[in-house]
Write a protein that binds this ligand. Structure first.
Ligand SMILES: [Fe+2]
Ligand SMILES: [Fe+2]
Length: 180
């Protein structure tokens, strides 16, 4: 039971997806653990939520992946014998991690997972750019605009304590893309 089985489920899904997702999820996990320690949050809730936060996408659902993923995480965590309180916290971290205006993060753990998901785009910029190039068929103008829009949205999810650092990084991204 526990985190090892959850990792196994996710690593099996990495095999079925393009390499971007492994880089993405591992970075979100790292960032979530680091932020949870820094802000004295529940590290286990943040770590398990990070492993599972995009499970719906990994299983092929893009639409409402936060809603579907939250339900899917519940099934896995019940199977793994986690208690109800823990399961509810993880479900909410997943439900509240995307940019859906209906679900703006409220608890510290929800804010951390949403923030880790957003900072990770900056931390894995190269992988992110490659993914967008493939997605938009190497149309460089479209890709540059889509990256700017995505990163602007990501900035909104970054905790105030980290905002300055990532605003600087956003300026650097714009500079690199010739979009400042
Ligand atoms: Fe997501
Ligand atoms: Fe994500």
């Amino acid at each position: 039971m526990g985190i090892d089985n959850i990792k196994k489920i996710i690593f099996d899904l990495f095999e079925k997806n393009d390499p971007f997702w492994k880089v993405h999820v591992l970075a979100v996990v790292d960032n979530s653990i680091r932020l949870a320690k820094r802000f004295d949050a529940d590290v286990e809730v943040c770590e398990v939520s990070a492993w599972l936060h995009d499970i719906a996408k990994l299983e092929g659902t893009r639409e409402n992946h936060h809603v579907i993923g939250s339900k899917r995480a519940e099934e896995i965590l019940i199977d793994e014998g986690y208690d109800n309180v823990f399961i509810e916290k993880v479900k909410d971290c997943i439900l509240y991690h995307s940019s859906d205006k209906k679900y703006v993060p409220r608890t510290l753990e929800e804010k951390i997972v949403a923030c880790a998901d957003a900072t990770c785009h900056f931390d894995t910029f190269l992988e992110f750019a490659v993914k967008f190039l493939e997605k938009y068929d190497y149309d460089y103008d479209i890709v540059k605009n889509k990256i700017i829009i995505k990163f602007e949205k990501s900035l909104d999810k970054i905790m105030p304590e980290l905002r300055d650092e990532y605003e600087k990084r956003f300026e650097a991204v714009k500079l690199v893309l010739g979009k400042d």
